[in-house]
Ligand binder design. Structure first.
Ligand code: ADP
Ligand code: MG
Length: 323
């Protein structure tokens, strides 16, 4: 099958047809018509086989995750996703693989009404690059540099399950079947917090999606905003899977340093807390207050009121922000 036939076959068969797509797949460029009163949010993420996902990851999961990580970046800016482009590098044409991969790509697109408008297909080691675009009301997006001392820190859901699954997939730990299946699903099929991102944009000053681990991503906000943070570790939401497998302290360490959760971490000033809680509870989205920003330019952590040092490797990267 030639490149063009392959593209046509697997990537033109989408059900999403947006009115603001003037010209989709098939020409030298796509043409889209963004509304005048909104900002265009644009992000790109690449997944390289063996680096960003284990080589034995199912193709559907690879497609799902490639879209999910990009939509997660849009969510962290409070943007509504609209269009994606897909640059695909494949070692060979494997129709079974392409069929499953395209199902993974389109499942989130369909749910969020996102249209694939173009891309590129080349031969080489497996790698997937997606550019996602979205819309956000002017001057309402949440940036990393916008946080202020005194604001409260929130996360949108349980942390650490994806990191637990990765430890299992790399052969570092054993997991019973029921825990393994649930954790691997979280690693392979992350759910970007698209609706939560839009719901908090009127309330949160800063936000980031947790892709590299809570501490690392919090450090990005702290550095960009020149603030510090105190985290109350007993308030970090942890699944029973990770608690049962690792025990409380190890579970906390993995949840803080492991990546791939794709929950949102955001800061809200005292006067916006109630409004934010109402907006999110109306959508059925839970949030957890895990600490507060301060003027120290350091991240400190306590567990049940006592200082708690994160012992695992990786934390040293962020020593400029260590207590
Ligand atoms: P060009 O020679 O102009 O780069 P291509 O032959 O690469 O064009 O692509 C033809 C059309 O198919 C273009 O509209 C392009 O956006 C689209 N396309 C190519 N690869 C993909 C892909 N992996 N997913 C979606 N659309 C693609
Ligand atoms: Mg091309």
């Amino acid at each position: 099958m030639k490149e063009f036939d392959l593209i046509k076959h697997y990537f033109s068969q989408q059900t999403v047809k947006r009115k603001d797509v003037i010209l989709g797949i098939g020409d030298d460029c796509a043409l889209v018509a963004p509304p005048e009163n909104q900002h265009l949010a644009v992000t790109t993420d690449t997944l390289v086989a063996g680096v960003h996902f284990p080589l034995n990851t199912p193709p559907r999961a690879i497609g799902h995750k490639a879209v999910a990580v990009n939509l997660s970046d849009l969510a962290a800016m409070g943007a509504e996703p609209t269009w994606i482009s897909l640059a695909l590098t494949l070692p060979k044409i494997d129709e079974q693989w392409l069929s499953e991969f395209s199902i993974g790509v389109f499942e989130l697109c369909e749910f969020y009404n996102v249209q694939l408008i173009g891309g590129d297909t080349t031969q080489g080691p497996l790698s997937i690059t997606i550019t996602a675009q979205g819309l956000t009301p002017k001057n309402k997006s949440m940036t990393r540099a916008n946080a202020k001392a005194g604001e409260w820190l929130y996360v949108t859901g349980e942390l650490g399950d994806a990191a637990l699954a990765l430890q299992y997939m790399l052969g570092h730990i054993e997991l019973p079947d029921n825990i393994k299946d649930k954790a691997c699903k979280k690693l392979n099929y992350p759910k970007p917090r698209v609706l939560a991102g839009q719901a908090i944009r009127g309330y949160a000053k800063s936000a980031i999606d947790i892709s590299d681990g809570l501490i690392s991503d919090l450090a990005h906000i702290c550095e960009a905003s020149k603030v510090g943070a105190k985290l109350n570790l007993e308030d970090i939401p942890l699944s029973t899977a990770i608690l049962e497998t690792l025990g409380r302290e190890k579970a906390i360490e993995l949840a803080l340093t492991g990546g791939d959760d794709y929950e949102l971490l955001f800061s809200v000033s005292e006067d916006k807390k109630v409004g934010m809680a109402t907006a999110l509870s109306n959508l059925g989205i839970e949030t957890y207050c895990i600490g507060q920003l301060n003027g120290t330019e350091k991240i400190t952590t306590t567990l049940d009121g006592e200082p708690f040092t994160i012992k695992v490797k990786g934390f040293e990267h962020f020593s400029s922000l260590e207590p």
